[in-house]
Write a protein that binds this ligand. Sequence first.
Ligand code: NAP
Ligand code: ZN
Length: 404
Amino acid sequence: MSDSRTDHDHGPTMLSRRNVLKAGAVLAAAPLVGGIAGRAEAATKAPVASGAFNARAYGNASATGRLEPLQIKRRAVRPNDVLLDVLYCGICHSDIHQTRNEWSTLPTVYPCVPGHEIIGKVAAVGSAVTKFKVGDIGGVGCMVDSCGTCENCRADREQNCLNGASFTYNSRDRATGENTLGGYSERMVVSERFVIRVPPGADLAATTPLLCAGITTFSPMQHWKLSSRQRVGVIGLGGLGHMAVKLAAARKAEVTVFTTSPGKIADAQRLGAREAVLWSDTAAMKRLANRFDLLISTVPQAFPMQPFMDVLALDGTLVNVGALNQLEGGLVGMSMAFGRKSLAGSVIGGIAETQEVIDYCAARSIKADVELIRPEQLNQAYDRVVARDVRYRFVIDLTTGKNA
Ligand code: NAP
Ligand code: ZN
């Protein structure tokens, strides 16, 4: 289900930047009200503070595994910063991995507020901001900062920053040194360089997932130059997978989905795949041997990869974006050598490329299939994602009480 209530205006603001920032100085942020469904109005009406301010958020205070309402501190708006009133935030499986401390190489710092598919309305801008004005719509994906000077940052590959990108949550805020807190939150302060422009008229809730699921699957298609009539396989039909199908179909590639869920076969075709194959269908796997130019795996954990190597064509590449812990052994060297096949990894995309996928999708009316939830439904939504029962992205509606 996608939401039709999300068209936005870009009307002129009555307040200058300076006034907005000044106005905020006299008002305090609202305290946390009630349970996970607590009323948002008070917090929303609190204007920009001149210093750090409090915001309502949802996350994990400790490694209990359940999300709860939290009150967090946001940094003061600096000259290059944008303050966003968050309207929508997608739920990525990475949020679940991180809040549950499932990544061995990226331990979780608590409290942890996840969320890196964020769209919000600009509530204030710092004095040096040129890209946004109050009332504009901005998006934030998986990164909020990087060194900006290393070879990779200079090549628009901030995600590969040699000094370590600052991710939207569970990372180090370069300005304050504190742990970054993500978009399951009423408000955020982000450097304008890391805020993506969202074109007017976009369906905001359904655009939100492009900021992670979209860019993560678009970037390998760009890098490996997936073109029309080439054959691409998408392994795992969840949030990333369904965007991969839509994005590959838009390039007129021939798309096959590999799924573990019989109930998703019809959906795969509706989304643009030519066929969908169950992993357990050994006859189909045999029929598809040596066929694919590119495979994109979105499976969230290690799995046997050799059956998928076998369906790659000569010189083909299996790009693993899903499984980020230790991969399963069992790859056969002879088979990869004789077919000159590659196994690769890829992580999100740079800021310029993220802007590109947002614009690319807006121009073609490509959007995610989303199910809107309220914050109090977060724990249920997490359970459904883990059970492979999301069709195909949950998005938290944080518009209550906001002029969205
Ligand atoms: P998701 O919505 O849960 O989709 C994953 C899909 O993988 C499932 O729907 C399921 O599809 C399939 N699957 C196969 N084996 C599974 C298993 N044992 N458990 C659960 N699902 C299984 O997840 P997502 O949000 O698309 O994220 C997928 C993975 O990508 C996560 O691990 C996430 O951390 C990672 N990620 C990586 C990047 C990056 O930059 N590299 C960016 C974002 C996310 P079928 O029912 O079709 O089998
Ligand atoms: Zn993500």
